[in-house]
Design a protein around this ligand. Structure first.
Ligand code: NAP
Length: 313
């Protein structure tokens, strides 16, 4: 029944930057509560634990879990067990198995589970998918290079085991590539660079192919200063396709293709409302599987230690 009474858990950067404005702009949802150990949302009921929130506000229908991935399973398990629909931030969990477990539990409890991939809803992604469906692809080059000090200042969880390191942004590229390519790809070789003082990689070089040996090369790097690069370039029988700005801009043979306005998180909440209304779940683990494969197959190289403050090194 509409509106869906929604609660948010883990009030940090992404909750404030994207979830709160998108929820406010969607009439299908009413934000009724938040659970966060330190954060809070104005004008609604706030709690420090998810259990206290469910006890005090039994009318909650659905929750958005916005904490880092290593801490999401327990909250998701409690929410689904309590009969709530669940929106998982990306990546959906710290392991493939825990997300599969949640998927089975959601099915058993008859609630919707949404493993969200926000980059798939960037404005030019669907146009890129349509173009690639109409041509023969000879190669794909993913370049995802950004400055971790700018985008993730002092976020220690991201460097811990399960925090994914450079795959935290890189998985966004993988979520787009697995959506727009007409065939499945799989990893052939990889090199991961780990700072000597961290448990997660700062750079990754990935070589995938599909069954026809079409190369898909990924370069992820967190040490990029100056211009930031989030590009997917495909050489095709119809010319060169460049999907840039994280999926927001598309050119084909240098000519701009019109894109939808930037809608990532508003589109995610529209999708969440749809799957709740249809009684389905949306859990595609392909991007996370490629990250797991990279950790499984990748050669590890130890590189210089990383410090949030460059002077500290
Ligand atoms: P964040 O601000 O560091 O963390 C979000 C909140 O999670 C924190 O404010 C904290 O709230 C809670 N939290 C942190 N550690 C926790 C723990 N050990 N147990 C329980 N809760 C904990 O991170 P973020 O940047 O918002 O990212 C969160 C998720 O969103 C990640 O999976 C990330 O990949 C994804 N995401 C982030 C961005 C971005 O631009 N930052 C973009 C897209 C997606 P309390 O201390 O109040 O509990």
């Amino acid at each position: 029944m509409l509106p869906i009474n929604l609660a948010i858990v883990g009030v940090g950067k992404i909750a404030r930057d994207q979830h709160l404005p998108s929820i406010a702009g969607n009439q299908n949802f009413k934000l009724v509560a938040a659970a966060s150990r330190n954060g809070a949302v104005e004008d609604i009921a706030n709690f420090t634990t998810i259990e206290a929130m469910f006890d005090a506000v039994p009318s909650i229908d659905a929750v958005s879990l916005c904490m880092p991935p290593q801490f999401r399973y327990d909250a998701a398990y409690k929410a689904i067990s309590a009969g709530k629909h669940v929106f998982l931030e990306k990546p959906p969990g710290a392991t493939l198995s825990e997300v599969s477990d949640l998927e089975a539990l959601a099915k058993h409890k008859g609630v919707s589970l949404f493993a969200s991939w926000h980059s798939r809803y960037a404005g030019a992604v669907e146009a890129a998918k349509s173009f690639l469906a109409s041509v023969k692809i000879s190669s794909v080059h993913i370049v995802w290079k950004e400055d971790v000090r700018h985008w993730h200042p002092n976020q220690e969880w991201i460097w811990e085991a399960g925090g994914l390191g450079v795959f935290d942004p890189g998985i966004n590229a993988l979520s787009i590539v697995t959506h727009i390519l007409p065939t499945d790809i799989f990893l052939r070789s990889a090199t991961l660079e780990f700072p000597e003082n961290k448990h997660a990689p700062i750079a990754a070089d990935l070589h995938f192919t599909n069954a026809e040996n079409v190369p898909v090369h990924g370069e992820f790097d967190w040490r990029q200063v100056g211009e930031q690069t989030w590009n997917i370039i495909a050489e095709t029988s119809g010319g060169q396709m460049v999907l840039s700005h994280g999926g927001a801009t598309l050119t084909i043979n240098g000519a701009a293709v019109p894109a939808a306005p930037e809608t990532e998180y508003s589109a995610l909440y529209r999708r969440f409302a749809d799957i709740i209304s249809n009684g389905t779940s949306d859990v595609d683990l392909a991007p996370l599987r490629h990250v797991a494969d990279s950790f499984m197959l990748g050669k590890r190289v130890v590189v210089a230690p990383f410090h949030d403050s460059p002077e500290a090194g």
